[in-house]
Design a protein around this ligand. Sequence first.
Ligand code: ZN
Length: 301
Amino acid sequence: MSILNSKFGLIYSQLKVWFGKKELEIPNIEILPGIFLVMPVSSNFDTNFRTNCIVIGTPGEEALIIDPSPFNDTEYKNFLSIIIRIGKTNSFKFSYIVITHSHGDHHKNAPRFAKELSIPLIMSQYTLERITKKKGINYFDGNVIHIVNDGDDINIGKGNFIKVYNIPGHDEGQIGLAPENMQWFIVGDLIESNRTVVIGGEEGNMTKYFHSLERVIALSPQWIIPSHGSPLKSVDFLVKTLTHRRERENQVKNLFLEGQTPEEIVKSIYRGTDKRLWPLALENVKAHLKKLKDEGSVKFE
Ligand SMILES: [Zn+2]
């Protein structure tokens, strides 16, 4: 009987594939009352790579959509249907799309999505400039864009506001969002719950990264909601990340003072790590060295 059942199951799922009805539901969950995570695939290079799109709203009132970034057409269509379903179920009036920072896995297809819903996009001035520099001046053609600054409030209905916080370091223009009662804090890529964040390139700055971690830790929100991975209770993980970064910085400093080049430092520290990750590790090492140089702890040209 069980064999028959499983055979039937196999044939049934195969039929669904043949007739194009294979379920392609994108993972989604309500993590706190009125806060939903929808997790589309957001990278062309790794089909396991997902970005949390966060929907926040008050039933019957305004709602925000943060970092919608489905990577291709099929993912976009499935994503759109889930957002519409969440909107209907909760009687949300979608008012804005927020882009936390300039990296592609946070805004792929967001301009198209904003036009489809006829709502404006919100981002920092740096994020707008950085994206149009990378993607071209026409990237946001047909979109309405609102620029926000640190301390600005965004209305989410029934007298509820969430505040904008500048949290640079991973990306110069990155913004976080949190309500006044600090029940949660949306941190973008300040941390990822299952990977180390890269700090480097033109938009990265390790000194600012440390300050941003310290800033959110001091605010002590109950929940941290990152863009990749699951939400985290309390700021413990941020404290751990900061401690780890300080230790790493000490290691980098000592090896540099022993005469090692950044490339040699990567080899020393990340010996046991997948070599494909070394270029990213090199970014982090260079960012630590720049911070140490700015503080006067090391000298180099
Ligand atoms: Zn990023």
